[in-house]
Design a protein. Structure first.
Length: 260
């Protein structure tokens, strides 16, 4: 007698989970997915719920109900996995479109981050896709890093926040140039080559541009000045910059092959 309440609870749980997922999709306008999901999950689950609430007819009948409940649970799991995969694919497509829109004057190779190791990540694009060392890597928000090594189908990207990384920059809207270097706390140390520069928090910093456009083309957002240090000498001005890109949450990136 204990098996029947357990089966009933399991079927009810399946209905609740499936219902929540389907309502979410319905609110997002995926009516076709709703219809498919209803046919695949809700119908079988309702049938099993009705079976579970009937009096026992025979031991064989009870065994059939258990098997049907288990099959419905497997279908629900498969459907949930497919729906999440579809949702993730749509999100990545949206990120790709944002990257392309943010960098319209460059040629990009789309890639996904597949591994993270300290200050570097591995992406799923390499020399077969046109990726090579000393190419800049960006998101829709700005500069993420540069390729330091490329294999046939994967490449290693060093973050601009790595202590060994340095990027030539310019304060946006001015002719003042300098460099940023990575720090262990995730910020960037900015050093401007003009001690008299008026610098304040909130100013945007962008790439100065490298010879031949590699590794960095000009004008890519690097970050925003967060704190300006007191003047310490007559030659330079220093500050802390918060990167435009959050390196720890990288997913889809663009590798800049050529800049106009």
């Amino acid at each position: 007698m204990r098996g029947r309440p357990l089966r009933r609870h399991r079927v009810l749980a399946i209905l609740l989970v499936a219902g929540a997922v389907l309502v979410t999709l319905d609110l997002r306008g995926h009516a076709s997915v709703m219809r498919a999901a209803s046919a695949a999950v809700v119908g079988p689950a309702e049938e099993l719920l009705g079976e579970a609430t009937r009096p026992f007819g025979s031991l064989a009948g009870g065994g059939d109900a258990v098997r049907r409940a288990e099959e419905a649970e497997r279908r629900a799991n498969r459907l949930a996995a497919e729906l999440w995969a579809e949702r993730a694919a749509r999100a990545r497509d949206a990120q790709r479109h944002r990257i392309e829109a943010a960098h319209p004057s460059v040629s990009l190779v789309d890639a996904r981050v597949v591994a993270v190791r300290g200050d570097s990540v591995t992406i799923d694009a390499g020399t077969r896709q046109g990726v090579a060392a000393d190419m800049a890597v960006v998101t829709a928000d700005g500069l993420a890093g540069r390729v330091v090594e490329a294999g046939p189908d994967v490449a290693t990207v060093l973050s601009i926040t790595a202590p060994s990384a340095a990027v030539g920059v310019r304060v946006a809207g001015s002719g003042v140039i300098g460099t940023v270097e990575g720090r262990r706390d995730g910020l960037l140390a900015l050093r401007l080559l003009d001690a008299d520069t008026e610098l304040r928090p909130g100013r945007r910093v962008e790439t100065l541009g490298s010879s031949g456009g590699r590794p960095y083309p000009p004008g890519v957002p690097v970050g925003t000045v967060e704190r300006v240090d007191p003047a310490r000498d007559q030659l330079t001005r220093t500050a802390l910059v918060r990167p435009a890109v959050t390196f720890s949450t990288l997913d889809v990136v663009g590798v800049i092959k050529d800049a106009d």
